[in-house]
Design a protein around this ligand. Sequence first.
Ligand SMILES: Nc1nc2c(ncn2[C@@H]2O[C@H](COP(=O)(O)OP(=O)(O)OP(=O)(O)O)[C@@H](O)[C@H]2O)c(=O)[nH]1
Length: 566
Amino acid sequence: MESNTDWREHYLDSVAELDRRAAAWARLEEGLRRALREVALCGIGRDPDLDAALDRLRRAVRGSLGQGALEEQVSRVSQRARELERRGALHPLRRHLLDTLQRSECRIGARKARQMRARLDGVTEVEALALAAEMIEACTAGAAQQAAPGGGAVRSAGSGGVLRRLFRGGRARDERVVADGDGAVEAVTPGLRRLRRSLAGLLRAVLGPEEEDDDGLGKRIDGMAREVQDELPELIDSLATIASDVRGRLEAERDGLKRFMASLEGRLAEMEGLMASAEQAERAHQRCEADESRRMADELAGLGKELSRHDDVNKLKSAVNRHVDQLGRQLEARRRNEQQRAAALEAQLQSMRQRMESMESETRELRERLARAKASSREDRLTGVPNRRAWEERLDYEFARWQRHGRPLSMVFFDVDHFKLVNDRLGHAAGDQALAQIADCIQQRLRRSDFMARYGGEEFVALLPETGADDAVTVAEDVLQGLRESGFDFEGVNYSVTASAGVAAFQRGDGPAAVVKRADDALYQAKRAGRDQVRKAEAGRGGDSGAPEAGQPAAQGADAEHDQGR
Ligand SMILES: Nc1nc2c(ncn2[C@@H]2O[C@H](COP(=O)(O)OP(=O)(O)OP(=O)(O)O)[C@@H](O)[C@H]2O)c(=O)[nH]1
């Protein structure tokens, strides 16, 4: 019985022991499952402590350690994994800060960046934010140092003109940014955009808006900047050359005008002097004449006295002779004086006449120069057709006429198709020649009463008075046909070229800006429809007759639209 009881207890103990072990293994298995889940969640290689714990766990699982040690390793791995999981929300912030640090290393300095990177390990959210603030401060300090005269980038950029140095300084920084990775390419674009803006500003400041508009230089530079980003330093240099040429020309004009004004003042002063001396001479002459007259009167009085005093004829004769001689001498002297005075007056008159003539011719020349300058400020230098400024003036004029008379008025925009390819394939010089020939071709196909201008770049615009939308479409089609037939010549070879056109007629209530927009939209439609064709703007309010209703104001709301531009 005893032995039976012992055996049963022993058996039950064994079962209990097995149950305990099974439960322990189940716990361990559960622990391992959890650990593996968490490890999978966290990802291997994310953290040195976790990697070490995983290593120890791997060794424990391989069996060299006892169960207690195994459990301990599992619990360490899960604890570390849980910690990492808890800080998971920080990861994007940390990664972002690390990226930023890497990109900004050149500004912050390698040592400081290394220190900051070390501090990023295991930081809390608040600490990370504090670190970000510190980073911003360090970057700003770095930038300020670089911007300072003789600072970093500018100093290392070498010689070759202020603009070139500035740009190279900027580009060197940008290049470093590009080298940092794909996302950083974004950082270059705003830089270039800023640069283009600065170029446009520079252009406007140096040339003035009129010069810029003259040949669409601003637009051209923008296009070129986009195309040849790498060649921007050269572009800036050529821009600086153009600017200094134009400024030189303007300064020469101003100096010429100054010189003319100075010489005009000199001439006027000279003439004033001549007039004053003529007046003086006249006064002296009058004094002389008065003296002479007095002397002659004295002589005559003396003669009278002699006549009454002398009874003796001989004495009387000699006295009369004396007086007559004296009077004769006085008259002779007076005649000589008169002759001299007449000669002096003639000389003065002659010199004044010469001065007047030279002043007239200089004034005429100046007037012509001013007229030429005025005309050239309204002419596109590249193509010789009116420029944007002339266009604005003519548009105002034709718009006012249209408002007054209400006769049809249409606008056509022409844009050369794929013009970029001409530049790309044949070079900019060919592009320039093509534009001049295209402008000529358009002008040839228009009436003399029409007005055509270069709107900018490869875009031209025409105003067709007394022409409704449908007739304007016919004219535009004729122009496109002309371009198709003539193409353009470059270095003895004829190349084909086409253009697209958008037509819009003035409608009741229109201001110029509304018509410009409709014609431009129509041009866009022509481009979208495959180019080399004309599109007419949809007739909006009031039909497309082009004529305001009799007695109605033609341009309701036009004033508001008028200055908006495109
Ligand atoms: N040679 C030269 N090129 C110019 C001038 N003004 C603008 N361009 C160029 O004209 C081209 C216009 O290109 P885009 O605006 O892309 O138009 P496009 O190639 O004509 O194409 P679509 O208008 O869509 O048919 C750019 O390459 C400008 O550099 C200029 O005065 N001379």
